[in-house]
Each structure stands twice: as structure tokens, then as C-alpha cells.
Design a binder for this molecule. Sequence first.
Ligand code: F6P
Length: 342
Amino acid sequence: MRLGVLTGGGDCPGLNAVIRAVVRKAKRHYGDEVLGFHDGYRGLLENDFELLDVNRLQHTLPLGGTILGTSRVNPFKLTDGVATVLETVKANELDGLIAIGGEGTLSCSHALFERGLKVVGVPKTIDNDIGATERTFGFDTAVSIATEAIDRLRTTAESHNRIMVVEVMGRHVGHIATWAGLAGGATRTLIPEEPFDIAEVCESLARRHEGGRYASVVVVAEGAKPVEGSMEIPVETFDDFGHVRLGGISYHIAAEIEKRTGYETRVTVLGHVQRGGTPTAFDRVLSTRFGIAAIDAVHDENWGDMVALVNDRIVVVPLADAVADLKHVSPELWDTARQFFA
Ligand code: F6P
């Protein structure tokens, strides 16, 4: 077979491990040609690719980012974008495509599948918000980084009797915030799924400090939402996939906390630190399993499907199911997290 592979959307640790696994089995087991398209769908729009072999992927298992580059270019937003993608596939005599991406790239791949593209999806995102899979790779690494940050912030918070507000990624879901908050023993965690009342948050923090506790760490998902009308939040902007661009809500929350409690409050926005660098062992293994399953799915002609983790086994599910709904923090996990709030 002659295959294309691309990585789209925000990068995350483990992308190279997926590409490595795809190329390894494609070349050594199936004898395929693999074309690596650059910068997500931009590579297909501009016919920009490199031929991939096992040597090119040497030493990439622990490497963060993606050797293919990535972008949020969406062919559906461009005049003739879809036709151009389909023409590139035809001109290169591709038998199929593996698209490694998050919700935006997978939705776009599903829509292209409905227009004739033979595609298999691989779910990536540190946000862990893709439906139909228990886990996306990159999430475990992001949680580890955020947890380490919380641990470090706690000791400086204790020295200064301060409240630390730490903002983590998570546009529409609070998986990173909830997991890192639990792992780091957060005083309070704010997530998009559970609108917060700033007055109640501040009252509980003040009570805690009056009771003789000297430090608090509040973990905020970047997409956390105040109860309507209770607090002003930053103005939103949007990317090519129509996704909201966030980052900075914690400054507003910290200002309110300091004003209402009188305790010194500091902000740390972890931002892209959570997406960079080497993947954890868990993410390396999950990425590798996804990559092997993806090349097998291509040879089984599971077009329009995505590889997924279900009950700790790798399976294929329809892309349509994966992109239908975002996966939110479960009520059970949230209830566990709440037991430790101030
Ligand atoms: O989708 C993954 C993600 O890391 C989100 O958590 C975050 O809101 C967004 O990407 C940031 O995107 P960008 O890299 O374009 O700033």
C-alpha cells in the first residue's frame, strides 16, 4: 500500500511514538510506502511531504512534538480546500491516510471521509476530551507536569502564607485540572463542567486560612466558568477550527480572591509547558499501541474509523462516534475530587 500520515491540531507528547509505530509495522511487516505530510492538512493542501522510513524515526520515541510539524489549517475553511486534499491523495496514488489529531482534526477527517477520503484516525490531545476512547495520549504527561508544578507551588505558598492560583489547559473539559488537582492535593479545583461561585470559593479559602492553614493551591482549568453574571471573564477569540482561544482567566480569579480574602495571591499559567517535552512511559506505550493498531486498521480497510482504548484494549470505533460529543469529567471522579476541597 501507499499511505499518507499527518499530525494535526495542537501538538502533544507521544506523536512521534505513534508515527514511529506506524512506519515500523508499515515498512517491516506490510512493505508499504509511507508519505509523511507536513503541518497537518496544510501538507495535503500544498502537496508537501517526505518519504518516511525506519531510520528517519530513530531516537524519536522519547522526543516531544512532532517530526512532521502540525497546524490547525482546516480545508473546509478554504475555497476548493476539500477538492485540493482529494486531488493530492489521487495524484500521489494514496490508498489511505492516517490522521493523528484531536477533536478538530478528527472532525475534519470524518467530514472528508464522508466525501470519499479513505482515512483512519488516531486520538491525541493532552485534554483527554475525545469521545469513544478512555484515554488520549499526551494526557498522562500533561497531568504529571501539572502535578509537579502544584507540588512546587505548595512549598513556596507555605513559606509566604499565600494563595497560589495555577492555570492548566482544558478548554471545554477539566480532566487535567481534576487529575492534577487530586494528585497534588489542591485546595480547590475549578473546571468548565462545574460553574463556580467566586463568592463561595473565596469564603471557603478565607475560612481555611482563618483556621490556621497557611497556604492554598487553587487549580483552574483555562475554560473554567463562573456562575453566569457573577464575575467578568476575558473576551474570547477563535481558531480555524472554531475553537475558543483561552488562557488568562486565572488572573481575574486571583484578583477577586485577593480582593475578597485579603490574602496575597499569585498566579502561574502553565500553558504550553504541559504540551512540550518527553512523554511519560504510559504515553509512550499508549502511542505505540495506537500506531500499531492504526496501520492494522488501514490494512483491514477500517476507513472512517478511529483507534481507541476501551477496557484497556485497543479497538476501532467509528470516527462519527468519537467526534459526536466531547468526553467530560465523570461525576464519580468529580465527587472524589470535591471531598478534598476547602
Ligand atoms: O487542544 C489542546 C490544547 O492544548 C488546549 O488545551 C488549549 O486550549 C489549546 O490546545 C491551545 O492551543 P494553541 O497551541 O493553538 O495555543
